[in-house]
Design a protein around this ligand. Structure first.
Ligand code: NAX
Length: 327
């Protein structure tokens, strides 16, 4: 049987953590033959640490055959020790009335510390996924704080936007989600992201031709996908959690186990493709094979798409400029 791998998860006592840990421990992320050791990080404060103990009691009570070990931590320097995978979920999202500078400062502190800890103690091939918002910029901060790790090990979650777009297209066309290929989402995980179905196909048929409605694209589809997070909060009174956890599982599973040539969306440091400056943590179409992702290159960018890409890039560059003094 396989040797266990170490999976670190931060924000482990939060909403997404509660929807995520049980699926990792049951083998949905890394395969039904891959034992895992969970290294769980929460803030070193009594309430969250106690809640984390409760989640671990429930994990125990599932008697998952693949759960080879489990630890609670309050310090990233111990939580990330030898980690093969790190899912950085805990962060300080923007609250009502919170200034942008304050948001960037609080997260800057969290993600510089976590980046440094990964740099110091994680496996040299650790695969890092940042979920906590602002996800792209937090991933960028962690990457820049870990100079001894390859930049390509750091990624941000755009998969929830990708999955939201898939489901909207399936509803619009009346076709099955499973048959949609070559969809992507460019840019920042924020309402500026650009979900792009120009290359998408359903059983070989062009999605753009099937829909054939640019007004729907610009005025219904893009706003619906872009503002879906706010719509969930409005309906549920809480932000997306199960769907976010599901997207994190999809992202890591595809990165680790491959996509068999299919496109998925990941936020990854740009290598300069499509005019996106090097190292910008940007949503791109990728394929994954043998534990590595590869940006799909050479796609044509029309005027409408260029305008959208420029807008989401501008937002990311402003965020990056706001944290530059920390790095
Ligand atoms: P919760 O507030 O339920 O849980 C967050 C947990 O993180 C808390 O238990 C908190 O104690 C812990 N935490 C905070 N700082 C920490 C630190 N420095 N180290 C370790 N743990 C820490 O939030 P939840 O609903 O689980 O959401 C978590 C994050 O995901 C938020 O930032 C949220 O904005 C973000 N999201 C990102 C999405 C994406 O697509 N990238 C979608 C869903 C979600 O909105």
């Amino acid at each position: 049987s396989k040797k266990p791998v170490r999976v670190a998860v931060t924000g482990a006592a939060g909403q997404i953590g509660y929807a995520l840990l049980f699926r990792i421990a049951s083998g949905e992320m890394l395969g039904k033959d891959q034992p895992v050791i969970l290294q769980l990080l929460e803030v070193p404060v009594e309430g969250p640490q106690k809640a984390l103990k409760g989640v671990m009691m429930e994990l125990d009570d599932c008697a998952f055959p693949l759960l080879a070990g489990m630890e609670a931590h309050g310090d990233p320097m111990t939580a990330f020790k030898d980690a093969d995978y790190a899912l950085l979920v805990g962060s300080r999202p923007r609250g009502p009335g919170m200034e942008r500078a304050e948001l960037l400062a609080v997260n800057g502190a969290i993600f510089t510390a976590q980046g440094k800890a990964l740099n110091a103690v994680a496996s040299r091939s650790v695969k890092v996924l940042v979920v906590g918002n602002p996800a792209n910029t937090n991933a960028y901060i962690a990457m820049k704080s870990a100079p001894d790790l390859p930049a390509k090990n750091f990624t941000a979650m755009l998969r929830l936007d990708h999955n939201r777009a898939l489901s909207q297209i399936a509803a619009k066309t009346g076709k099955a989600v499973a048959d949609i290929e070559k969809l992507t989402v460019w840019g920042n995980h924020s309402p500026t992201m650009y979900a792009d179905y120009r290359f998408a196909t359903i059983k070989g048929e062009s999605v753009a031709k099937l829909i054939n409605d640019q007004d729907w694209n610009a005025n219904v589809f893009l706003p619906t996908v872009g503002k879906r997070g706010a719509a969930i909060i409005e309906a549920r009174g809480l932000s997306s959690a199960a769907s976010a956890a599901n997207a994190a599982i999809d992202h890591m599973r595809d990165w680790a186990l491959g996509t068999q040539g299919k496109w998925v969306t990941m936020g990854v440091p740009s290598g300069g493709q499509y005019g996106i400056p090097k190292d910008t943590m940007f949503g791109f179409p990728v394929t994954c094979e043998s534990g590595e992702y590869k940006i799909v290159e050479g796609l044509e960018i029309d005027a409408f798409s260029q305008e959208r890409i420029d807008k989401t890039l501008k937002e990311l560059q402003d965020e990056q400029a706001g944290v530059a003094h920390l790095l």
